[in-house]
Design a protein around this ligand. Structure first.
Ligand code: HXC
Length: 539
């Protein structure tokens, strides 16, 4: 007798009159089978689990326990297994086929999840594995709840050939169908190689764990074979590479536990879908808040740097915010936070990095963030202190025009409530792009120190008065005079307000209050869009 099938079989006892096994016996068998799959006695995975732990990695189920509310996980397809012929060992493939899938809650709100299990066939994606992910993605979309994928996989299961590639295609297509409908989050907690990396790339946020997560299209061996370049896994596609250089990772975390906690925090600020609004917390009196420290943080001299994150902390509830791409394109800050209990997306130039200029990565980073917020009904607050676009052949040749247009496009099409605050300087095209009224901001506020102009006074004088300066007996004196005159005429803080380009010039200490009031004012904003299939965003 099969000992694993429980007491009833061994006792050889009690068949019901209808000839079917008694319910207690089949229940015991089911329980035993579930335990087997969970503990994987049959899959011989003990070594693999140990290896996983030695790397500081948890198992798929342990990760889901950390991610989800206690006892909330409902698993589907636990007994699913891949085709025997794919096993290539004459045996059966293990249950789950290397991915644990289902649904649970985070702070009581529904989410759908899948966690690849590296201890089974290296978490590689075979047909059954892929179909399980497809199923859970379809359920998430139908239920209108966020999808979270925990990636830890050797990629397409080599033994299943093109069928595995077909499985990936189905994942990619579903990501795109769900894009802008439900929030999608990828957490990379191990290898994520080859085309598999396009799954995180298609989602809204990608988390990576330092030390264990890797993403690349072709691994170090292929790189060496093709180009002779020798590079380690971490140098090629580790968390720091993608957090700092490529911008592939939105968030980099030191360990798995902290990472999953960050994912929970992010989810707490997201609506479940595009027809929903983000969860509000009770208003906290922001409309009457005074923040005198704001004026101290921002030096009046437009050339002196400061940390825009300190400004953000003063403006948002409890000084708390969730920053994306913290180390990539640090010259622009993008963060989710709450103002008076309402979730907002904050975009701010960062004078501490590259003097806060907009360059290609900054434009791409902010554009994607703005589009995410817009898709999910999250109002935008834009803090402007920008000297312009980064000049130079490097930028121009790399397509700064094309990439900068992404940010312009993102703001122009955004229909959520939008508040712009000109904290200090705002020059030229960068002023327009940073949610000026002309591109559709609902409310533009400016501090009395604002400098909104086509360009800095000295640059303007050099262009406009080139001939006069060339002919002058004392060009430097004339230049100084003309510069002062230009600044007085065109760059005084009320120039834009007098023309309705700025709605209000405010006391910096009252910025939080003014933004909170502006958001409340525009909360029910509705913008009917033109009928079209979709716009043609410059990609
Ligand atoms: C089948 C795989 C596998 C794969 C790993 N395994 N990757 N089995 N298909 N793709 C198995 C291993 O054989 C091993 O099985 C177990 O998983 C653990 O793998 P190890 O190599 O022992 O682990 P480690 O040393 O940590 O190395 C991890 C790794 C390496 C770097 C991911 O396994 C690796 O390079 N795998 C192949 C990666 C790859 O080229 N994948 C295809 C990419 S192309 P045993 O039985 O020994 O424990 C792709 C295309 C997608 O994904 C296209 C979408 C459009």
């Amino acid at each position: 007798p099969d000992r694993r099938r429980g007491d009833g079989v061994r006792a050889g006892a009690a068949h019901r009159e209808d000839g079917r096994a008694p319910r207690t016996r089949s229940m015991a068998a089911l329980r035993a089978r579930r335990e087997e799959v969970r503990d994987r006695i049959l899959t011989g995975a003990a070594d693999a689990v140990q290896r996983q732990r030695a790397l500081g990695k948890r198992t798929a189920r342990e990760r889901l326990e950390l991610l989800l509310d206690e006892d909330s996980f409902v698993e589907i397809d636990m007994f699913r297994r891949g085709r025997a012929e794919a096993a290539g060992r004459g045996g059966e493939l293990p249950h789950t086929d290397g991915v644990v899938a289902g649904s649970g809650t985070i702070d009581g709100r529904r989410v759908f999840v899948y966690a690849q299990d590296f201890t089974i066939l290296g978490g590689s994606l075979g047909t059954a594995h892929a179909e399980k992910i497809h199923k859970v993605m379809d359920m998430a979309l139908a239920a209108g709840a966020p999808l979270i994928g925990l990636n830890d996989s050797g990629g397409a299961r080599i033994q299943e050939g093109a069928s595995a590639l077909h499985g990936y295609g189905g994942i990619f297509r579903r990501h795109v169908q769900a894009s802008g409908v439900i929030p999608q989050i990828s957490v990379v907690m191990g290898p994520c190689a080859g085309g598999a990396a396009y799954s995180p790339a298609l989602t809204d946020f990608t988390f990576m764990v330092r030390g264990t997560a890797q993403m690349y299209l072709t691994g170090p061996d292929v790189v060496e074979a093709v180009s002779g370049e020798r590079v380690s896994h971490a140098e090629l596609g580790g968390a720091d590479v993608h957090g700092r250089l490529s911008g592939v990772a939105s968030v980099v975390c030191d360990d798995e536990e902290g990472c999953l906690e960050e994912v929970r925090y992010l989810v707490s600020m997201l609506p479940s879908n595009n027809l929903d609004t983000a969860p509000r917390t009770p208003p906290c009196g922001a409309e009457r808040d005074e923040r005198p420290r704001l004026a101290e943080i921002v030096p009046a001299d437009p050339g002196r740097p400061y940390d825009m994150r300190l400004v953000v902390a003063e403006l948002v509830d409890d000084g708390e915010f969730f920053e994306v791409h913290e180390e990539w394109a640090p010259n622009v800050v993008c963060a989710l936070a709450r103002i008076d209990g309402e979730v907002v997306g904050v975009v701010g130039n960062q004078p501490m990095a590259l003097a806060g200029v907009l360059d290609i990565p900054a434009a791409e980073k902010a554009a994607r963030f703005v589009r995410f917020c817009d898709a999910f009904n999250i109002p935008l607050v834009t803090l402007v202190d920008v000297p312009g676009f980064l000049p130079g052949t490097g930028q121009e040749h790399a397509g700064a025009i094309r990439h900068g247009a992404k940010l312009l496009y993102a703001y122009c099409e955004a229909t959520v409530p939008r508040v712009q605050v000109v904290v200090r300087k705002a020059y030229g095209g960068a002023y327009i792009v940073m949610d000026s009224r002309s591109v559709g901001s609902d409310l533009s506020l400016a501090w009395p120190t604002n400098e909104i102009a086509v360009m800095g006074a000295e640059g303007a004088v050099n262009v406009v008065h080139r001939r006069r300066l060339a002919a002058a007996a004392e060009p430097e004196r004339l230049r100084a005079e003309l510069t002062a005159e230009y600044a007085e005429r065109f760059m005084h803080p009320y120039y834009a307000a007098e023309r309705g380009l700025v709605d209000e010039v405010i006391d910096p200490a009252l910025t939080r209050a003014a933004v909170a009031r502006g958001l409340a004012m525009m909360r029910d904003k509705r913008v009917p869009g033109p009928r079209r299939k979709h716009g043609n965003v410059p990609l």
